[in-house]
Write a protein that binds this ligand. Sequence first.
Ligand SMILES: [Zn+2]
Ligand SMILES: [Zn+2]
Length: 177
Amino acid sequence: MSTEEQRKKKREYMQEYRKRNPEKFKTKPKTEEQKQQHREYMRKYREKNLGYKFRERERRKEYYSENQLEEQRKAREYMRKRYLANKDRELAKGRDRYRKKRIEWDAFLATKECTHCGFSDPECLDFHHMNPAKKDFHVSAMMSLSWKRIYAEAEKCIVLCANCHRKEHARLKRETI
Ligand SMILES: [Zn+2]
Ligand SMILES: [Zn+2]
């Protein structure tokens, strides 16, 4: 029997036991004085621990500011080890995330059409940045971004079909030469 099963069994047994002997688990009503004592105790406890937590936070801040690079390296190494130890699970998780995102993205694209000619096959739609200094929108590259950032980027673009997109870039190029 695994530890997990043992714990579960014990939990179930305790629940049963409680049900069978409710009088053993009845809490006596506290007097006003006891309540006051408890409140006082909790106040002192919190004060003491707040002080401790505060000092601890300061201490850590100082430590990290002195050892930042080392700590970052440690964190990266830890993440890498964890990833390698659960590679299959992590890969499956990644694929799952990507699939979900892809579905939402497809639904988003389905509502769009080419601004120039009205063509609406989602496979052929591109995002063309209105600000030429910025790069065009590549789906594969932005799938790792958050939706908030993806939609924010999409806001700055017009949707063009592949043909119109090529023509638009040719026009822009001619203009600059
Ligand atoms: Zn473009
Ligand atoms: Zn078009």
